[in-house]
Design a protein around this ligand. Structure first.
Ligand code: KIV
Length: 271
């Protein structure tokens, strides 16, 4: 039987073993207790408390506005619902870019106040000092390269990144740098499959892709996207496993009708 089914608790070491043995790693985002419980029960390897909470939970246009306190709130809710998965918490914009001391104190707050198991932050060489300092405190760090949504105003668009050879070369260098610093895994977002495959071969740590093809060590999706809760978000990389937008809309409409018509509650539903 594969190692991931046997483990009681997924750790960074388990993920490394999975990469070494060629077993794919599954990762989904989670932001609240009830959803995290179901995702964990399904047997997911990693739950990412993503700063995409800023979009899908709070309705912001970008990931920039979400605060450290809000991320800690989401992460601690997820922690209460999870028994098996490794829980990685995104460090929000502005909590690690300033200097490495600030980065460390933000990471410590996340670990202490949420009970999460690791942090993730965006960027390569420009955040290496922060990465190193956080790691020196014994906090596992996941990197994130390619499309980095916290830099949206620098790039101006969410299109595929690193299509040009200069950017691709830099990305490979950054991945090696993150590995050398001690990161336990790296997310690669929206880059050409060929490049992502090359990165997964060039480093020994697990590479988790989103819009990065099938040549990497695992996949991550935003849970609201794969459940089809947002019917307006349809990028090519997204596989929808449900059309929850329609299902939920229908349920809410039926409930409203039942209340208005006086059909709900009936005698069996009353005391
Ligand atoms: O915040 C997030 O959901 C993420 C994933 C897209 C990897 O960083």
């Amino acid at each position: 039987m594969s190692v991931h089914k046997n483990v009681k608790r997924v750790t960074t070491k388990v993920l490394q073993t999975m990469k070494n043995e060629g077993q794919k790693i599954s990762m989904l985002t989670g932001y609240d207790y009830s959803m995290a419980r179901i995702i964990d029960k399904a047997g997911i390897d990693v739950i990412l408390v993503g700063d995409s909470a800023s979009n899908v939970m709070a309705g912001h246009e970008t990931t920039l506005p979400i605060t450290l306190n809000e991320m800690i709130y989401h992460a601690s809710s997820v922690v209460r619902g999870v028994e098996r998965a490794l829980i990685v918490v995104d460090m929000p914009f502005g909590t690690y870019q300033g200097n490495s001391r600030e980065a460390l104190s933000s990471a410590i707050r996340i670990m202490k106040e949420s009970g999460g198991h690791a942090v993730k932050l965006e960027g390569g060489r420009e955040v290496i000092e922060s990465v190193t300092r956080i790691l020196s405190a014994g906090i596992p760090v996941m990197g994130h390269l390619g499309l980095t949504p916290q830099s949206i105003y620098k790039f101006g668009t969410y299109v595929v990144r690193a299509k040009e050879s200069d950017e691709a070369r830099e990305l490979i260098e950054d991945a090696k740098l993150l590995e050398a610093s001690g990161c336990f895994a790296i997310v690669l977002e929206k880059i050409p499959s060929e490049l992502a495959t090359e990165v997964a071969k060039a480093v020994n740590i697990p590479i988790i892709g989103i819009g990065a093809g099938n040549g990497v060590d695992g996949q991550v999706l935003v849970v609201h996207d794969m459940l089809g809760i947002n019917n307006e978000f349809n990028p090519r990389f997204l596989r929808k496993y449900h059309n929850l937008y329609q299902e939920m809309l229908g349920s809410f409409q039926r409930y409203i009708e039942d209340v208005k018509s006086g059909d709900f509650p009936n005698d069996d539903e009353s005391y």
